[in-house]
Design a protein. Sequence first.
Length: 339
Amino acid sequence: MNKKIVIAVAKYTVALGIVAFLIYQVLTGKDSESFKSVWENRESWNVMYLVFGLLVALLGLSLTFIRWFFLVRALDIDFKLKDAFRLGFIGYFSNFLSLGVVGGDAIKAIFISRERPDKKPEAVSSVLLDRVMGLYALTVVCAIASFAGSQATDGVQETAVALKKISEVSLAISMIGAVVGLLFIFVPALTGNAIQNRLERIPRIGGTLRKLTFAIYTYRSQPVLLICLTLMTTIVHCFFALSVFVIAMGLSVIHPNFVQHLVISPMSNLAASVPLPGGIGAFEVMFSKMYVEGGYDAGSGLAVALGFRLVTIINALIGVVYYLNSRKEIEELPAEIDA
């Protein structure tokens, strides 16, 4: 059997195994009633809220495609917004599929490289910086929301303490990231060819570090663009948090307030960045844990997490249409990567 297929099957086994174990743990634990009641009381679901949660998540996802569009256009590459959505949805769907095809980021980079072979390094840098920007904005949203949440937790001391710890860590990461980013922008020597060549010699991670350094070097002359897109990314994470919050209301479970979801959602999405298909398993575990840390039932947290997971899968299915129309080209991508 093909090695890539074996790895993909193993990833699915781990991801779905985590979800199955989490469901089993909740069903056999003290929070089983809260989890079961969500389905048993489905007549109390608010369909309008659930649909709204789906649309808000789709809006947030669309903004990530628009962000990448601006990053590509900043490289003087002829790129249309409809192509950003086409490749964005194909990439998003491929992250869930993860069986015999390359990852979504690779698909986006290679498709652009085909159009402008002379801009291949820059195309890769746009995808890589897009991912880093998304991860950095997670810490910014967490820092602000957890600080605000710790000041107003309705007297729940455990929640205040938990949020305070998260705010301190997130704020530290955000500040360090901001300082390092400014140094990279205003000190060219930190990202020049000499540094890139040295980083490339580091075993295992050298290639990735070189690409990341090149990405920063490529965009360092456009600080205003980077700041604006980072702000856009914080809005993206707010939309995802709003989607989760609305889904919780739609399922009629006892849930944290919106500010607390501004912490729970980014932390869970950060966990979902692990190399599993669509982050399945890691997101659900972190989300349930964060609900418990906030003083809520793990059963309610798991129900909301699974609800949001269904939303992400429905949005990913939009990419099926694009994927089928470009299937022949996508099947050729592994050969291009190996080359």
